[in-house]
Ligand binder design. Structure first.
Ligand SMILES: Cc1cc2nc3c(=O)[nH]c(=O)nc-3n(C[C@H](O)[C@H](O)[C@H](O)COP(=O)(O)O)c2cc1C
Length: 260
């Protein structure tokens, strides 16, 4: 282990053992095992399914935006790109359900088996939840987003757990006010592992980054504020949705709200 540099060393300039292990298991050249797509490839099934909503069908239908009006009124790409930035302090007037619908449509909605962001093997292992604190037209609570139907499904009401989740996000962004909405991305690791074996977790995290970027560009185009977060509490979130974290666990968080 020492020869391979796997022992934790005290210096800050050395790789930590777990990062090095993760790196060498997910890049070619180090491993003696083959890495890549499994030959036992399962059927890529990315229909909406999460254990959290198995007993709950409270659906909130979202009105999708008119594509023709987006084509006609969107700012040019160069302007959107120049405008994109992390926004931690949000406005006092909360965003509306219409804006939320448009944002979700631009960022996550699945049409014809495709989504606005890339996914390894088009497997789409990520599921989105929304912790709604303040949104005009959507009651506070925890919702799952059905990307194929473009609908929200209530999975939990307001309460201490939701408050902790939102306060945790505010702390991570170093602000006092909790976000109007916190997007939480979860993954079903086991389903990804059937397809990609040891590459699975690194592919999941790369996909989270792709969602972050699409979300930030959509928000910039719409005049909303987003900020990706580097960490969140996976166990707290699993507890909130009532799902075993070994089955579905949170892997990314992003704050969303109106501009000041
Ligand atoms: C993976 C990732 C994690 C981040 N984590 C945090 C975070 O935990 N808290 C925060 O306030 N900003 C976070 N950010 C936002 C960065 O601080 C921000 O992107 C950076 O300062 C550059 O600013 P800009 O996005 O406005 O261009 C994160 C960004 C990325 C891509």
């Amino acid at each position: 282990m020492s020869q391979c540099g796997l022992l934790e060393r005290s210096g800050q300039d050395a790789w930590s053992g777990h990062d090095l292990f993760f790196h060498t298991r997910t890049r070619r050249g180090y491993a003696r095992t083959l890495i890549g797509k499994s030959t036992l490839e399962g059927k890529s099934d990315h229909q909406f399914r999460t254990t959290a909503i198995a007993n709950d069908d409270r659906r909130l239908v979202l009105e999708p935006p008119l594509l023709s009006s987006l084509f006609a009124t969107d700012p040019p790409f160069a302007a959107v790109s120049a405008r994109r930035q992390s926004v931690r302090r949000q406005g006092s007037m909360a965003l509306t359900s219409g804006q939320l619908s448009e944002f979700l449509f631009r960022t996550l909605c699945e049409q014809g088996g495709r989504r606005p962001y890339p996914s390894g093997g088009a497997s789409y292992p990520l599921q989105t939840y929304l912790a709604v604190n303040r949104c005009r037209g959507v009651a506070p609570g925890l919702y799952a987003y059905d990307a194929t139907a473009h609908e929200l499904i209530a999975v939990g009401g307001p309460g201490l757990g939701l408050e902790r989740l939102l306060a945790d996000a505010a702390g991570t962004a170093n602000v006092v006010e909790p976000p109007q909405i916190l997007l939480v991305l979860t993954a079903d690791y086991r389903r990804m592992r059937r397809l990609y074996e040891d590459l699975s977790y690194s592919l999941i995290l790369k996909e989270v980054g792709a969602v972050f970027q699409v979300a930030m560009m959509a928000a910039a185009a719409m005049g909303l504020g987003t900020c990706p977060l580097g960490c969140g509490d996976s166990l707290l979130f699993s507890e909130l949705i009532g799902v075993d974290p070994a089955i579905e666990t949170s892997v990314g968080e992003l704050m969303l709200g109106s501009l000041e």
